[in-house]
Design a protein around this ligand. Sequence first.
Ligand code: SAH
Ligand code: SF4
Length: 340
Amino acid sequence: MESIFNLLLSDLVEYFISVNEKPFKAKQVYDWLYKKRIFNFQEMSNISKSLQDKLSEHFSTDMLILKKKQTSDLTNKYLFELSDGNLIEAVLMRHDYGNSICVSSQVGCNMGCSFCESGRLKKVRDLEPGEIVRQILMIEEDINERISSVVVMGIGEPFDNYDNIMKFIRIINDPLGIAIGARHITVSTSGIVPRIYDYANEDIQTNLAISLHAPNNELRSKIMKVNKAYDIETLMKAIEDYIDKTNRRVTIEYVMLSGINDSPKEASELASLIKGLNVYVNLIPYNETSHIEYKKSNNDTVMAFYDKLKKCGINVTVRREFGGKIDAACGQLRASEVEK
Ligand code: SAH
Ligand code: SF4
């Protein structure tokens, strides 16, 4: 049975027309689901009994199952079970400007970045749009508050599941649905270049973050296999095209790995690579994991790297450390469960 949460409002309208129901009824159902948060068709009181039954026969409204939740000051980390038993993670971060959530896009990841837990366990399958939508619904219910921004930076490579991610974005962006503004939605990719061009041509203005992590091909290919398929020059061209077409600023993510990519030499190289582009660099403190030998850069090294970029006129921030104590690196909670 198809999950109702996979449907755009237009899909639901189409279904209603196909079963000879009035299209405006679809809006009412959407309203129950996303505004009133009633997921049982039988409780949708302005829907006729026969339509309630039809909907129940056709669509599932099953939620994800909460398997584990870890809380540390401003962060909640959730482990969810999907209907086929697979596990995924999502993280809630509380900021002074609102709640943001980091969602998973796949079960595991095939990109194989050497520092990443999610990639250590290969992809089992893509997530459906509704399975990503439900990560938001589950967490909003848990905290009894709304989420104002979404980053697709959990387990998985979103651009390896492109169509489902775009559908997910359209579903949560619908003003009659969860209504998260496009400017509050960010997709992070390791650099699947053809999809960056596609993303630039979408009619919805969401944000792009690029996991760069190294300023030259030799180093990047060592830590990110994707660089062998799409090298830095090819990637930079795609980023420039995205900025040209959308006029939007791109985030460059750079995870700080001790002794690997964190020297002043790499800072200078990075500065020359992105100089003049409408980007800003987010330096990410590495979350160490027991299975991977990399260590996080110490604070002085991060600050020296930061200063060097600043001096070169680059916009740069250091990411606040979210939940280092609670297995918050993407994939860690799932890995510790799967490998128990
Ligand atoms: N696959 C996408 C999105 C998910 S990974 C991508 O790679 O962009 C989200 C971000 O977390 C990426 O920048 C990734 O490099 C980073 N990341 C992965 N493992 C990490 C760890 N242990 N500590 C800190 N950041 C990590
Ligand atoms: Fe996949 Fe992103 Fe992890 Fe690389 S960093 S293995 S692309 S989830």
